[in-house]
Design a protein around this ligand. Structure first.
Ligand SMILES: [Zn+2]
Ligand SMILES: [Zn+2]
Length: 338
């Protein structure tokens, strides 16, 4: 049995919730009143599309394995799968999350477009919707109105399983506040960001067609193009989706708590590596605007290395990193627990 401690404390002993403005001072134009309770279920076609984006990549992976059975798996397909995973995964972690949601660094319009488009290619929803949901998660983390907490589904093993499934992907089908857009008032006023968000279907299509085109051009066959679509498109989506979703599920269930935060966020080394640093999720909830999530030297954070690299070549600036004093003040001391 692993020694990982599952969170048991009721929400009443958690620290008081911090307003988003306290952790993201730049986001002062976001209205932070409690939700008014008006919830709107997405239309049937939206839920159907969400369901398809969960199921079709699985079918794609099965189809790819079946097609390649006995034929082999070439370097080309491996490159498309891993290259696509790295580029679109970083699009979510560096772009959607650290740049757009938390404004943990600044960059120019070209980099803004690049990160916005790469993140959109991960097919996790339009940029503005993704950011709104994630800001809502931070404001209400593991409490009522958190869109994807695994902890609000009652006690017992079945409730835990139900909570984990909800946090992983069940929440896509749940109602969301009618005024969810209020979380992204700052981004909606930027025409570039708004345009990228509105063109979401185009970016998803390109994310599927580009690997198909590359593989088709290299092999000169339609079968080659199809395999490019399967490995660089659908199988890549499968990996990016489940690794990203694991931050919402696994990283609020399993791992360590280095810092005090008003939720059940955990540092999980597996997803620290697989999700390019996002698995240091307790660090992130303690210091949401930090461009660096892996705060100790051994906490590998590929997204931060990319951001630092961009800074070195002049493509990123004003990186936010918590001071040693702030980190020391928030350390989670076992004796301080209730
Ligand atoms: Zn979280
Ligand atoms: Zn965040």
């Amino acid at each position: 049995m692993p020694t990982i401690e599952l969170p048991e404390q009721p929400t009443s002993v958690l620290e008081p919730i911090a307003p988003l403005t306290a952790v993201a001072p730049d986001l002062t134009d976001i209205t932070l009143d409690d939700d008014d309770g008006l919830m709107v279920r997405p239309p049937w076609w939206s839920q159907t599309l969400t369901f398809l984006f969960i199921v079709v990549p699985f079918l794609g992976l099965i189809a790819a394995i079946y097609t390649l059975w006995g034929v082999g798996f070439s370097w080309l397909h491996l490159s498309l799968l891993l290259g696509g995973y790295i580029l679109t995964g970083l699009g979510v972690t560096v772009g959607f999350h650290r740049l757009f949601t938390h404004k943990s660094f600044e960059t120019g319009p070209v980099m803004t477009a690049v990160w916005g488009i790469l993140g959109s290619m991960s097919a996790e929803g339009p940029l503005l919707k993704w950011v709104a949901n994630h800001r809502r998660h931070h404001q209400h983390s593991d409490r009522d109105h958190d869109p994807h907490s695994p902890h609000l589904h009652g006690a017992g093993i079945l409730a835990r399983i139900k909570g984990a499934i909800h946090a992983h992907m069940g929440w896509f089908f749940a109602a969301e506040p009618a005024d969810n857009a209020r979380y992204v008032a700052d981004l909606r006023s930027d025409p570039l960001v708004r345009t990228i968000s509105n063109l979401f279907p185009l970016w998803v299509a390109l994310g599927l067609l580009i690997p198909a085109g590359i593989a088709g051009a290299v092999t000169g066959t339609w079968t080659g193009a199809l395999l490019g679509l399967l490995w660089g498109g659908l199988a890549r989506l499968l990996l990016v989706h489940h690794v990203t979703w694991s931050i919402n599920s696994a990283c609020h269930l399993w791992g360590t708590r280095t810092f005090r935060s008003h939720d059940h966020s955990r540092n999980n080394a597996v997803f620290g590596v697989l999700a390019f640093g996002e698995g240091w999720h307790n660090n992130h909830h303690a210091f949401p605007t930090s461009a660096r999530h892996g705060l100790r030297w051994w906490e590998f954070d590929a997204s931060y290395l990319v951001i630092r690299g961009l800074e070195v070549v002049g493509l990123a600036r004003k990186l936010r990193i918590p001071s040693r004093e702030r980190m020391a003040a928030k350390l989670n001391r076992p004796t301080a627990r209730h």
